[in-house]
Design a protein around this ligand. Structure first.
Ligand SMILES: C[S@@+](CC[C@H](N)C(=O)[O-])C[C@H]1O[C@@H](n2cnc3c(N)ncnc32)[C@H](O)[C@@H]1O
Length: 217
């Protein structure tokens, strides 16, 4: 488990993601990704934080819907606040508390528990969250189970550069090596590719690498 003090202030996190240019760097990276998704695709953002990944895809696919989950309710609120800022209608978004250790279990803010079904998302996105799972490999497998045939899991993961390792250590993030992550994806029968962030995606390039899995159609 993470320290209870980490990520308590979604406002501070949001401020730094914007102020340091992280959010726009990741946004530029995602814009450059060629994906074969329908306009009404179903999106899941796991450990959504301030919602930068899920909201990007909601803007890109005009009829899409988003299920955003996080361990901390204040981040779910930050995601909704950012949706308002980006003029994205809230009726396209469901938010719920979920631990990435059991990512299929989601408790909505009114306390209703639901279980996410297999094959029910066309696009799952996550960034710097699966390293907080009790068993990272198990969580990746569970998440791939939720991906519909032909769908994607995009993981904007902490990278293995000195800066990535330093930030991971600072935030108690324990990820499995990139190669192992790729193998876990391959073992589930999905295709996998790794995309390094470029200079144009600074400063996100310093700490993140994208692992993109696709389930066969
Ligand atoms: C480094 S932030 C990443 C936020 C966003 N996904 C991004 O790419 O910038 C990590 C997020 O994971 C959430 N988190 C931490 N531990 C978690 C857990 N066990 N289950 C689900 N979310 C968790 C934190 O609350 C925080 O919002």
């Amino acid at each position: 488990m993470i320290s209870p003090k980490l990520y308590k202030s979604s406002r501070t996190y949001d401020f730094f993601m914007k102020f340091l240019g992280y959010e726009s760097g990741i946004d530029r990276f995602l814009t450059g990704l060629k994906l074969d998704c329908a306009d009404d695709c179903r999106i899941l953002d796991v450990g959504c934080g301030t919602g930068l990944l899920g909201l990007h895809f909601l803007e890109r696919y005009s009829q899409s819907s988003l299920q955003a989950t996080d361990l901390e309710p204040n981040f779910l609120q930050a995601t909704l606040d950012n949706a308002t800022r980006r003029k994205i209608a809230h009726d396209r978004i469901s938010v719920g508390v979920s631990n990435v250790s059991s990512p299929t279990q989601v408790t909505s803010l009114d306390g209703t528990l639901k279980t996410l079904s297999a094959d029910s998302f066309d696009l799952i996105c996550m960034g710097a969250v699966v390293g907080y799972a009790d068993d990272t490999e198990h969580s990746v497998r569970e998440l791939l189970h939720l991906v519909a045939p032909g769908g994607y899991l995009i993981n904007i993961e902490m990278n293995e550069s000195p800066t990535g390792k330093f930030v991971s250590h600072r935030y108690h993030y324990r990820n499995i090596p990139l190669q192992r992550m790729q193998q876990v994806v391959i073992d589930t029968g999905c295709e996998v590719s790794v995309s390094k962030l470029k200079l144009s995606h600074l400063p996100a390039k310093f700490t993140r690498t994208a692992i993109i899995a696709r389930k066969p159609a």
